[in-house]
Design a protein around this ligand. Structure first.
Ligand SMILES: Nc1ncnc2c1ncn2[C@@H]1O[C@H](COP(=O)(O)OP(=O)(O)OP(=O)(O)O)[C@@H](O)[C@H]1O
Length: 590
């Protein structure tokens, strides 16, 4: 928690020094209002006892000015506080992008322990922004409580201890809060699932299937069951924490009653002046409010600190992964492949799985070759291409690029020299020019290169059909842009992948899954020519054996192992799994 506290205190002035100063002033002034009014009330009683009309008038003016200043500061500071919270929130979101969006591998999204922490941060990130404000209000509330204790002690010294009687209440509430936090954390898998069900039921992409299969009711009831499961554990933890909080509160109420008796006795016996007793009784009447305020502010501050700590954990996770994966002195990535890419005993096991998804893969992918990767669903094709992209670290074995172990390259430098189009491409809702130009940031304004990439991907007709050409806004989720078909989105992603010239590795993970036959033929012809020209390795993952046929090398994966390697002719003759798949498809499609 100390690191979360330090972060909360430092991020605000670093984000906006001026607004932070205003927030500190507003918090303290606001919390001092009750205390100041109690003092003025004490003075009123003294002046009234002396029958000083002038004194009463001056005091009334003082009260008016005091109230106007404190209320005015509160109103004037309200928007400053909101603005500061937004600024911090935005800064934190950018930092989350920096960490979650840039870890060298995909572990932060797929290793369940880490992905859940990242999910907690995504869900609770709105609590981080108000952290500084809550902390300042908490400090103001604590100062007001101390001021009240000093005032009461000046009437009866032992009353300085009264706020101490509130400590058990604060501690009991904190303990309850901690237990609740743990219960909320335990419930994360259920709350994530409930979030997913909510998305399924309310967003555009799944809307066709949810209507077609009449799923709204089913999703609603699963959402309820999932939330109920999560809620039961949280409610149980709240219930267990309630008794200590109630006992601690009773303890404080008894002490408070005794304090009032002591103060009245001091006034009656003449040990303290009337004004002082009135002021002390007035502040003591605020003690419960102050303690309650302190408790709720403690609760909200703890929420912010807990979210901040989760954020710092994710930052630490990201830094640890970067330290482990990025070599201190990286080897230079070759400008051109001379030999090719070699896989030696390569194995990979996903974090939450018992079995390896890839086992002992030995392969040679020569420079300039088009390699088709085929195999049944779940054979390990996508896992293998993600490993080639450096998105997973091998569990065993290695990948050699012209003899250099891939792990010796800086991941960013390796990825800057390769390109990829994945199945289910992401729909980047920008202008057509931007969404393709992102494939090579240095050329995002180069309209000729973007047109050329579109041509390679077979997107000439798509471009001609768009009302504003390259400037056409795409997508309907983020704005009112042009909706594209699945195949058109795929073409845009393929064009994005074609933006990088002469990559060392070109990965095409089912790039034609939603393309028509002409588009597919054109695409493979283009990529094959490019590979031969630039000498890189092209790995094509496909379920269409007819597409694999033209590749220089066909690799058949089966259950995470290499079942067969060879050319179409050799594998057809071998009469193994490839020949079986080929004949099966040929029977229906050729
Ligand atoms: N993120 C993941 N976490 C855990 N297991 C995974 C993950 N992704 C894939 N797997 C498992 O790894 C194995 C290989 O999956 P992979 O996606 O590589 O197969 P594939 O050959 O590309 O399949 P498909 O043809 O259906 O796309 C499968 O058993 C799959 O369940």
């Amino acid at each position: 928690m100390i690191s979360a506290l330090r972060f909360t205190l430092s991020i605000a002035p670093r984000t906006d020094r001026f607004r932070s100063a205003i927030v500190v002033a507003v918090a303290i002034l606001e919390q001092a209002t009750g205390f100041g009014l109690a003092l003025l009330l004490g003075l009123f009683s003294e002046v009234a006892r002396r029958h000083s009309t002038d004194g009463l008038v001056v005091l009334a003016l003082c009260v008016a000015v005091f109230v106007m200043v404190t209320q005015g500061t509160f109103i004037a500071g309200y928007f400053t506080r909101l603005r500061l919270q937004e600024e911090i929130q935005n800064e934190v979101e950018r930092r989350i992008i920096d960490v979650v969006g840039t870890t060298p591998t995909l572990e932060i999204h797929e290793n369940s322990g880490r992905s859940e922490r990242a999910a907690v941060v995504r869900g609770a990130r709105n609590e981080i922004g108000p952290g500084f404000d809550r902390l300042m209000w908490l400090a103001g509330a604590a100062l007001a409580l101390i001021g009240s204790a000093v005032l009461m002690a000046s009437v009866v010294p032992v009353l300085a201890l009264l706020p101490l009687f509130a400590v058990p209440t604060v501690l009991a509430t904190q303990a309850a809060d901690k237990k609740r936090g743990k219960a909320v954390e335990r419930a994360t898998p259920s709350t994530r699932l409930a979030g997913h069900l909510f998305q399924l039921a309310t967003t555009a992409a799944p809307a066709r299937e949810t209507r077609l299969f009449g799923l709204a009711g089913e999703l609603r009831s699963r959402h309820r069951t999932t939330w109920d499961e999560a809620g039961r554990d949280i409610a149980r933890s709240d219930g267990r924490a309630r008794l200590p909080v109630v006992l601690a509160w009773l303890f404080f109420v008894l002490a408070y009653a005794a304090a009032i008796v002591l103060m009245v006795r001091a006034g009656l016996s003449g040990d303290a002046s009337l004004g002082l007793v009135v002021a002390a009784v007035a502040v003591s009447s605020q003690i419960t409010g102050q303690v309650q305020g302190l408790l709720s502010l403690t609760f909200w501050t703890m929420e912010s600190l807990r979210a901040t700590r989760a954020f710092l954990d994710v930052v630490a996770d990201g830094a640890a992964e970067t330290a482990a994966v990025v070599p201190a002195t990286p080897a230079p990535v070759p400008p051109k492949l001379s030999g090719g890419i070699k896989l030696e005993g390569l194995s990979f096991q996903y974090w939450n799985r018992e079995q390896r998804s890839l086992s002992d893969i030995d392969l040679e992918l020569p420079a300039g070759a088009v390699v088709a990767l085929v195999g049944e669903n779940g054979a390990g094709k996508s896992t293998l291409v993600k490993m080639l992209c450096g998105l997973y670290r091998p569990s065993a074995g290695r990948i050699l690029v012209d003899g250099t172990d891939l792990t010796r390259f800086a991941p960013d430098e390796w990825r800057a020299r390769i390109t990829a189009a994945f199945q289910d491409p992401v729909h980047i809702e920008m202008s057509l020019q931007d969404t393709i130009g992102l494939g090579s940031l240095g050329h995002r304004d180069d309209a000729d290169r973007i047109r050329e990439a579109l041509r390679t991907a077979g997107g000439d007709r798509l471009l001609a059909s768009l009302p504003d050409g390259l400037r056409t806004r795409l997508g309907r989720e983020s704005w009112d842009g042009k909706g594209l078909s699945g195949g058109q989105w795929q073409t845009v992603a393929n064009a994005r992948a074609a933006m990088r010239h002469a990559p060392l590795l070109r990965v095409l993970d089912e790039p034609s899954a939603s393309l028509d036959a002409h588009a597919e033929e054109w695409l493979f012809q283009q990529y094959t020519e490019l590979s031969r020209l630039d000498g890189g390795v092209t790995v094509l993952v496909t379920h269409r054996i007819t597409s694999a046929r033209a590749a220089d090398l066909i690799v058949v994966l089966d259950g995470g192992r290499v079942a067969e390697v060879g050319t179409h002719d050799a594998l057809s003759r071998a009469d193994g799994l490839y020949a079986e798949l080929f004949h099966l498809q040929a029977r229906y499609f050729v």
